[in-house]
Design a protein around this ligand. Structure first.
Ligand code: NAD
Length: 265
């Protein structure tokens, strides 16, 4: 069993949506390395069990809940089940998201709605239910929403995606103001390009619609980051742990780029 790297989240129960793979898995396991118990909300429960196994190996408790974050009833049930399994929720990371690279002229109404349903409405529904429970249980909690640098500096093909992530940033600002009196903070993180299955798919989609290969497109993307590489899922986890811990207690309504300098490029 590997040891936690610190104890900043010791005794805390953190919910991570979309924690089955990619950035969500990086956040969930990084939280566990700081001592947290973690509930994973995801559409892919069998993959989420692999994240849960990693968390248990680190020494934390983990519970997996199959839930579509766009379904309010399912979210309510999952929050109740997570509380039964691991106790009152101290931290929430809304990370579940979808992205498709498609030009605005080719975007269908369904594709537009899917981005806003998962990325924006999902963040709203889970934040609302968890905040209600934090208030009822008098928990001084912290909510972290995973937005994207695409909210500020989107690529072509990110019309629906970038707009839905800008909605997450704005929503988080209001959440911070409205929950402050309850001792709850809310912030967003804007990752740059991170090595995940979503980015693999994004490179495939862009390669299919251009003359460039996936490797050439990846090299171009890397070039856009001042630090000359793409990021790793746990690097978003480091920022999430800080915001979820007592060290982040005086930070709220903020949107933090963790992007290897992409927004400065
Ligand atoms: P990913 O596709 O690899 O993983 C997303 C996870 O979310 C999956 O486990 C999936 O099952 C889950 N999910 C999707 N829809 C869901 C739903 N309706 N209900 C519950 N779970 C659902 O993606 P990723 O790259 O790890 O991205 C995670 C988050 O980070 C997303 O919000 C994404 O927009 C954001 N982001 C990613 C990058 C990047 O470069 N990878 C950059 C900026 C922002």
């Amino acid at each position: 069993m590997s040891e936690p790297v610190d104890t900043r989240l010791s005794g805390r129960h953190v919910v991570v949506t979309g924690g089955a793979r990619g950035i969500g898995r990086g956040i969930a396991t990084r939280c566990a390395r700081s001592g947290a118990d973690v509930s994973i909300f995801d559409l892919r429960p069998s993959v989420a069990e692999e994240t849960a196994a990693e968390i248990r190996d680190i020494g934390g408790a983990a519970s997996v809940h199959e839930v579509d974050v766009t379904d309010a009833d399912a979210v309510e049930d999952a929050v109740a089940a997570a509380e039964s399994a691991l106790g009152p929720i101290d931290g929430l990371v809304n990370n579940a998201g979808v992205q498709q690279s498609i030009s605005i002229l080719e975007t269908t109404e369904d594709e537009w709605d899917r981005h806003f349903d998962v990325n924006a409405k999902g963040t709203f529904l889970v934040s609302k239910r968890v905040a209600e429970r934090m208030i009822e249980t008098k928990t001084r909690g912290s909510i972290v929403n995973v937005a994207s640098v695409g909210a500020d500096r989107p690529f072509r093909g990110q019309g629906a995606y970038g707009a839905s992530k800008a909605a997450v940033v704005t929503f988080t600002t209001v959440l911070a103001k409205e929950l402050a009196d309850h001792g709850i903070t809310a912030n967003s993180i804007k990752p740059g390009t991170i090595d995940t299955p979503m980015v693999q798919q994004w490179l495939e989609e862009r390669a299919a619609e251009s003359d460039a290969t996936e490797d050439e497109l990846l090299a171009e993307t890397i070039d856009e980051h001042v630090l000359d590489r793409i990021g790793k899922p746990e690097e978003i986890g480091h920022a999430a742990v800080w915001l979820l811990s007592a060290e982040g207690e005086w930070v709220t309504g903020e949107s933090i780029a963790v992007d290897g300098g992409y927004l400065k490029g």
